[in-house]
Design a protein around this ligand. Sequence first.
Ligand code: CTP
Ligand code: MG
Length: 390
Amino acid sequence: MENGSNNFHLIIVAAGKGERAGGPVPKQYAQLGGRTVLRRTIEAFLPLPALASLRVVIAADHHSLYAQATDGLDLPSPIIGGQSRAESVRNGLDALQADANDIVLIHDAARPFIDSDDIRALLSAVGETGAATLGAPVADTLRRDDGHYVDRNGLFAIQTPQAFRLGMLRAALAAQDDLQATDESSIMTAQGVQVTLVPGKRSNFKITTPEDLAMAEALLTARTRFETRSGTGFDVHAFAAEDAEHIRICGLDIPHTRRLDGHSDADVGLHALTDALLGAMALGDIGQHFPPSDPQWKGASSDRFLRHAVDLVQKAGARIVNLDLTLICEAPKIGPHRTAMQAEIARICGLAPHRVSVKATTTERLGFTGRQEGIAAQAIANLELPYDPA
Ligand code: CTP
Ligand code: MG
């Protein structure tokens, strides 16, 4: 534990289902520029020297999502939340080992844009009064659904973190039974406790709807400096000796009398693209990630290799700007399949087809491709990567 008057304990409530936001995972586990919302929220507090302890409250069935989101962070085990936010806060407080005079902050996992200056302002306010919350002035004219307008003058949208002397908060929660209350400052106020309002920033909004997630992504992008990266890939596969009915190129089985030889499905196009992406990230090459000596890749469908490279790009918070692939062969003719190849690569990479180009050329019958001994492919990938001065 640190010394100093501003030390605080932090409980981050992350046990909700995120129903309004929808999406494949609850919003606190949604990716925001390569990191989950929850991780961003946690990392907003970790550098603060006054942070004495941090506990995250999660849903019982989110253990593996939580483990992934906090991978590499040194945190105590999570606390299991309840059916409502209020219950989750209670469970967090029950697990907290601190003195009645200590300051505890309660913060929504769904507010990743909390600003350290606002946390400091909140801490200094709570030091004086024992109860304080952030709130942002309401900017819009307000109307209820019964048609009545509400004067917005002096109105604030209450946010988190909210800060309290632990003893005061415990007493207030013990004395109330409304488990549907959406925050602690309203419970305290209902019991006659004066809660200091600390004006905060509107950027500390609570991600609630799919639109909020999109706004969060946009805000993050606007605050991040990106740099452009390019990577090239080159691959060759020889034709197999025996006759065939199809050849696999760019994820498609194209009618052809010969197929390519290789340990995996020998998809020369996807291999070149995979190497281009790995090259742009400076993360080695396809052989390093999927050694041909490893039996698990025998006959493997190469979309898995490409997808793996795309996952690494996304993990780094990077974005694929475009991919351009040139197939070098006399046969089969690529032209009739070009659009389908573009579409398939775009599908594998989660890109719009206009970001993917597939071209083809012969070598005028010169060299090994000219003699139809094999097919070559070369690719370039352009990425935007968050700028790292290191
Ligand atoms: N929360 C929680 N336990 C609950 C409900 C909510 O810890 N039983 C947390 C959420 O994870 C979120 C914060 O409280 O960080 C604010 O709640 P809200 O925005 O309502 O999130 P959800 O309940 O997850 O979303 P929804 O109401 O749309 O399902
Ligand atoms: Mg909720």
